[in-house]
Design a protein around this ligand. Sequence first.
Ligand SMILES: Cc1cc2nc3c(=O)[nH]c(=O)nc-3n(C[C@H](O)[C@H](O)[C@H](O)COP(=O)(O)O)c2cc1C
Length: 232
Amino acid sequence: MSVFTQKTFLFLSFIVILLVVIMFFVLGQENNNNYMENNIKLPEPSTEGEVSLEEAISKRRSVRSYKEEPLNIRELSQILWASQGITNSDLRAAPSAGALYPLSIYVVAENVENLTSGIYQYLVQEHRLKPIKKGSFKDELYQSALRQSSIKESSLIVIITGDYDITEKVYGERAKRYVHMEAGHVGQNIYLQAETLGLGTVAIGAFNDEEIKETIALEKEVPLYIFPIVRK
Ligand SMILES: Cc1cc2nc3c(=O)[nH]c(=O)nc-3n(C[C@H](O)[C@H](O)[C@H](O)COP(=O)(O)O)c2cc1C
């Protein structure tokens, strides 16, 4: 091969590689954009179950160990509905001071059938998931929650956040107290609903607020409570 053809060959190879890299980048962006744009409809939650409230209360325990099986979207839907789902008109599953609803629910899906791993916000009115970020965030959350193994080993992590300003406008100084009480109500609903589904959870209060805020891209809400969900 002459020097000229060698140079031409190298140049053309470079162009081809460049085009392939650009194509991968563009396609990747497109997939990400589709993922970010489409809210995901959740299955209708059930309002009847086979486990009585008394049984769920008596069997409920904090569960920190893990069974390596994925959760399914029906279970996720039910847990979210129990946390903040609409139960009557605009009223929700958990009580709220003045029905102001200062809490939001975020989901970190790690091993849920037919659901891309990532962070989602629960859209209460539509009973849908709004994608926030794609990928696995379990290790990041594990570090932020003082390396608690219950986080690292879970298939799904529910994070309750609160916006004090919403409650403060009506209740002034008592707002923080009320918002924290409400997170407790939601947490107990999650515990009991998990129990009826044969799932387990544990309330996690020990974590670094700023790191969790960064992971789920919160602006003014504060993270209040974390619930890793596992199959028992
Ligand atoms: C506000 C609060 C914060 C908690 N934080 C943690 C935590 O960070 N890590 C943990 O493993 N358990 C945590 N727990 C769970 C308790 O350890 C647990 O509820 C307690 O040991 C009683 O066990 P039980 O839930 O099985 O009845 C927390 C519970 C509450 C109410």
